[in-house]
Design a protein around this ligand. Structure first.
Ligand code: SF4
Length: 207
């Protein structure tokens, strides 16, 4: 087993490199990182909004408030505990800017491809027991996500970069979509959060 101090050093170095990344010319901010938190759990968002680069942490605004309320209510974990014990990754680490319609632009395939090496490297370094992808774009990096109804509320066993882990998808907590507020989404979200709360890697965080 690799010593924790070696993993920490490796992750520190990795996060330093992520923060210096400038691969995508259309991105509208510098990369955002949740810090080099050595953990058995990775949470994977889609891409930061306009506030996260200013506040310099992922899920720093309204969607984050909802996400952390879910963890508090179902897992008994406060925002500060979640931020200090779970590694926060994302499909893309920079704010993509606004679309013509005024919503946050969805990252383009080339940007997702550019950023995927960071996430793959994090999986190699941390070898997590559990990955929680948040939102359709994040879920689709691991499994088919044509319909949220078919994946939320279920646990999957997934292999990626020669590592196997449990995957429990969550819907995006953004207020832009009502999916998680009305049936069947509301019930499936509750089922998914109960699966997260019971997972051994999450139980360990409460100890
Ligand atoms: S989105 Fe990812 S790959 Fe692109 S510049 Fe930002 S950190 Fe680099």
């Amino acid at each position: 087993m690799i010593a924790r101090s070696r993993i920490q050093a490796h992750l520190d170095d990795h996060v330093t490199q992520v923060l210096q990344c400038r691969r995508c010319s259309r991105m509208q901010s510098m990369p955002v990182s949740g810090g080099a938190v050595v953990s058995d759990v990775m949470l994977i968002g889609q891409a930061p909004g306009p506030r996260e680069p200013v506040l310099q942490r992922p899920f720093a605004h309204t969607a984050g408030k909802t996400l952390f309320r879910w963890f508090e209510e179902f897992c008994g974990l406060s925002e500060s505990i979640v931020r200090s014990t779970i590694y926060f990754a994302a499909v893309c680490r920079c704010f993509p800017g606004k679309s013509a319609g005024g919503t946050d632009r969805v990252p383009a395939p080339d940007e997702i491809h550019n950023c995927s090496s960071w996430m793959n490297n994090e999986i190699k370094i941390l070898r997590p027991q559990l990955i929680i992808p948040v939102g359709r774009l994040a879920i689709a990096q691991f499994i088919d996500c044509t319909k949220l109804e078919e994946v939320i509320g279920r646990k999957f066993r997934v292999q990626c970069v020669q590592h196997s882990f449990d995957l429990i998808p969550l819907p995006h907590p953004s207020g832009a979509s009502p999916w998680h507020k009305v049936l069947p989404g509301k019930k499936l979200l509750s089922r998914a959060l109960k699966l997260v709360a019971r997972h051994p890697a999450i139980v360990d965080l409460r100890m």
